[in-house]
Design a binder for this molecule. Structure first.
Ligand SMILES: [Zn+2]
Length: 278
């Protein structure tokens, strides 16, 4: 401040004003008159100083609070280990017991829901409901057990007997006298002991619809009295329709088996059966 250098300069130069040195020293240097601007500056300085002082006080108080906060946990840590095990157990028991006793009366429904879920049978019990259905019956099967010996095949042949055909319109199986004969497929009886087929003895013909086509299967030389079907009867696949015999133009017990494509045209039964059995 320029006013300060003016008031102090006499004290620093006593040689020039030696006689008045004492009076000048005893008299405090006159402070420069404060004008309005200086007063405002001084008030602002005081205000800043006051604010700084307030900040310092607040900071000190905050530091003190932090100090207390840091001290209290340390104090608590040193106190907790002084509890005995019995006291700790009692405290733990009270903690576990409180939710049970303090549970509102409206909450038991949650407990019921839990017990209802627990009552559901375990998932593994569902295996009990797995049902293995028996395989569906085949749509087509052999009239006698597969692999039965064939004594005479389909086609031209030397007539084996008087009245026997020279063109064999079927195959002859030898499963043994009295062996059961099965319908190869479901169908309807279209012929029994027809006079036109007397060479077949006791026989039956069944019409089927297989792979969308009409086909007739015929069975001859059955034992007398073993076949009870009549035209129009429905049969199922595998149904026993008679027993192996030697009626008609036959030299011995066997099954004469025919396949008539379209109901009238004889075809090789072995070829047709293998083709349709897959
Ligand atoms: Zn035959």
């Amino acid at each position: 401040m320029p006013s300060t250098s003016i008031s102090i300069s006499p004290a620093h130069h006593p040689s020039t004003t030696h006689g008045r040195h004492a009076a000048i020293v005893e008299k405090p240097p006159a402070l420069p008159a404060l004008n309005g601007r200086s007063v405002r500056n001084l008030r602002r300085i005081n205000t800043i100083r006051g604010a700084k002082r307030t900040v310092a006080i607040v900071s000190a108080l905050f530091g003190a609070v932090l100090g207390i906060g840091c001290v209290v946990p340390a104090y608590a840590q040193t106190v907790i280990p002084t509890y005995t095990e019995a006291e700790a157990a009692a405290a733990a028991a009270s903690v576990h017991a409180q939710p049970v006793h303090a549970q509102p009366a409206s909450l038991p429904s949650q407990g019921l829901n839990v017990s209802a879920v627990a009552a559901v049978p375990p998932v593994t019990a569902r295996d009990h409901y797995g049902v293995t259905l028996p395989p569906p019956p085949p749509a087509l099967e052999w009239p006698v057990p597969a692999g039965t010996r064939v004594s005479s095949g389909f086609g031209p042949r030397v007539s084996p007997c008087a009245g026997c055909s020279s063109f064999h319109e079927g195959v002859d199986f030898d499963p043994g006298n009295g062996a059961p004969i099965h319908a190869i497929a479901a169908g309807v009886v279209v012929e029994t002991n027809s006079p036109g087929y007397s060479a077949l003895g006791v026989h039956v013909a069944i019409q089927h619809l297989i792979d969308g086509k009409t086909v007739v299967s015929a069975y001859g030389h059955m034992q007398t009295g073993s076949m009870h079907l009549k035209v129009g009867d429905h049969v199922t696949v595998g149904q026993v329709i008679g027993l192996v015999g030697s009626t008609g133009a036959s030299t011995g017990p066997h099954l004469h088996f025919e396949i008539r494509a379209g109901g009238t045209t004889p075809v090789d039964p072995l070829v047709w059966m293998h083709a349709h059995l897959g």
